[in-house]
Structures are given as structure tokens and as C-alpha cells.
Design a protein around this ligand. Sequence first.
Ligand SMILES: Cc1ncc(COP(=O)(O)O)c(C=O)c1O
Length: 443
Amino acid sequence: MHPAIARSLAAFPAGCNGEFDLPADMATVIARGEGCRLWTVEGRELLDFSMGWGSTLPGHARPEIVAAVSEAVTRGANFSYVTEASLAVAEEIIRVSPACEQLRFCASGTESTMYCLRLARAFTGRPKILKFEGAYHGAHDTGVASLFPTAPPDYPHSTPSSAGVDAHGQNNILIAPFNDAATVAELIRQHQHELAGVIVEPLQRCLPPSPGFLESLRTACTDVGALLIFDEVVTGFRLAYGGAQELYGVVPDLVAYGKALGGGLPIGVYGGRRDVMQWVVEKRMTTAPEAYVWTASTLGGNPISTAAASAALAIYRGEGVYEQLHELGEYLRAGVGQVLRDLGVEGQVLGDGPLASVAFTLRQATDYRSSRHDRPDLARQLMLNLFTRGVFLNPMGTKLYLSLAHTAADCDEFCNRMTDALAAALETSSPDRREPVAGTVGS
Ligand SMILES: Cc1ncc(COP(=O)(O)O)c(C=O)c1O
């Protein structure tokens, strides 16, 4: 074992910074990345289909991002105040994000959704949030509510998918199945006087919204005076320059961004209606404390992250960028579907834009329950086999993230390695082990 790997296993629980649930003998340490390739300390080259969990949409070490960061860092790393770089990025987001009249920066997607939730509760004076089963909104207590439940559904009861969360707080989280407009409408009607907002990943993991579903959320929220929150941490600047709002044509009251916005550097944004965003104005702390929401982020909007964001946004504005991302996503999904068919495996490929995931089931996948693997053992073995065959991805079975650095040839290479990895997994996994467990989770 390379000494750095042994040190990593000693320093980090499970030898990772979260979610990479690899057996110890597969753990590694990354030395560098370029384009869609990574190199480990042992000198292994890996084809990256995780791409910093989607944060490095431009590709690793993309020259424009490197130049922007290198230049910014010479002028001071952080002032915790507005700079020309953060102002320019804010103005550009306001220009392209239909929901965003005003915004503030923070440093991660977890923070950005957390502030949206707090704003919704404060603004409406109501305690409850409706979230969808299997949706991830970051590591806070709401983000992990009913993230990967295994017990039969008991809507709207919330089950924390982590120990240590505030058990009382779970009573203020209503859980509903994604894409089930009738159930959601009924829950919203029943809880209308307590409901502060509905938070949704417009593309939940890799499950597209059914026609009319997001519109129905919009209408139901407006009808009862609850706020609609889009978690665009994954979809923002990825499905379209204007994110899911542009692609699916629905405008929320509040929106959270992160990941691709920073081009790989830490960033988060929460924004939306001006009348709601005004609740963060500090003067209210003394003039109207009941209408004041605390927000603060030491590193939010720092000059380096926002310089990277500026460079990333300029890249995303390039001609044909979203056509390229959508075409490549379709190409990858078609290729992966062919691999499943060639090997006679019951499964389907989910996703939209430059995102894909495999669900080992033939059920029509519309929500968390229907998209769960029938053969979780096969899914897990496939992930590990891909890893040993030089594909870097989150072995918990999350999405495949494409970037602007990937080509059709990289997708072909992925599919070839997947054919080999899946064939080997089929040899070791028993078709009779069909316990229903979590589908795609995490980042
Ligand atoms: C939809 C969604 N929201 C929020 C988050 C949290 O973002 P971060 O890991 O930057 O805190 C994630 C992370 O994967 C996510 O997928």
C-alpha cells in the first residue's frame, strides 16, 4: 500500500471525506486532475465520472479557471465583504435566474438550502417544510430527512437518514413522493396553515419531473401562501444556463445554488424574491427582530471563489455549451442502456442533461420508491468493479456527472469498462437477493 493511502486511512474515518464507502484495500489518494482524468499517488489514471460531485463542470484544471484563481489570489483571499468579483457574479445570476431578484453568497449547497428553509419559515411565520422522499438538500437535518428510508412509506411522516438529528424538528418536515401531484396537493391542503414552504430538486437525483408536476407545486404553494424553493445546487448552470427554471419553465420564490457555479471552488448562493430576501437586512435585528433572519458566512462570496465563478459562467455562456452537454448526456444514457440490454440485465438509465444513473428495476421510475434497485447487491458490485477498472465515481451509487471535458470517446470508454464490470458483477451476485434498499443517494 502506498504510504499516503495508509496515512489517509489513519487520518480520515473510512479514508475519505464523506460518502466514498470504499473497502480499505480500494482506498486511494488523488494527486491531480486534468480534463476528465485523475491520477492517484500510485500513478494510476482514472476516468472521472464524479467530477467533484458535479462541481467541476468545466473540467479539472481548466485553463480559464486556473488563470482566474491564480490572478485573484494575489489580491487577497477573503474580506467577507462585497468585491467587484462577487458583485459581477451576483448581477449575472440575477440576470439569468428568473427567481433571483436579490441574493447572498455562502460557501456550500448545504448552507444555501438551509438559508432558504429558514427564510421560508420566517417569512410565512409557519413551521413546516414539505420535502420529497429520497431528495437530498445537503447535510443539515432537513436535507437528510427520509433520504434513503427502507421501511414502508408512511407519508407525510419523516424518518431521519442520519443519527443525531433533532428528533423534534422532524415533526416539522412533511414527506411526499416526488411526481405525485395529487398526494402533494392533499398534504398542502391539510397543512396549509402550518406550511412554510416546499423544497424540491426540480430534477430529483436523476428523476425528471412529470409534465405539469412542478407547475402543480407552483400553484399549490401560491394558493396557500407557502414559498416554493428550488434546490438548484445540481441543476443550476448545468441543465441550462438558467438552470431547471429555464429548462422546465417554472419559477420558484427562492432558489439555492452551489456546485457548478463555482467551477470547482467552494460556493453557495441563496436568493429569490426581494420582499423575502429583505428579511436578512441586519438593521432589522434592532428595528424588527421578529422579521429578521440571521445569515452570515465567513467565506461566502470570497474573491477567489467568485473569480472562479465568473470564469465558469463565461465558459457556460460559450456557444453550443448546453447543446453539447445535452447531446453527450443522451449519448451516455443510450450507451449505458445498451450495456444493460447486451448483458440481459433488468434496468433502466435515468437522467437529463449531462447526468445519468442506473436503476436496476423495470418499474416505471418516477420517485424514490419506484427507482430503487431490485438488486442492490448487483448495483454495489458494479460500482466497486468500475472503480477497480479505472472509473472514478461515488461507490454509493450516485449520479454519473459529465463535464465539458468529456467526449463521446470517454463515454464509449466508460461503457466498455461498464460492460466488463457488470459482467463480472453478474458472476458474483445472486439474482435471488432482491431486497429493496436505497436507490441513488447522496451527492
Ligand atoms: C441537490 C443538492 N442540494 C444540496 C447539496 C449540498 O451541497 P454541498 O455538498 O455543497 O453542501 C447537494 C450535494 O450533493 C445536492 O446534490
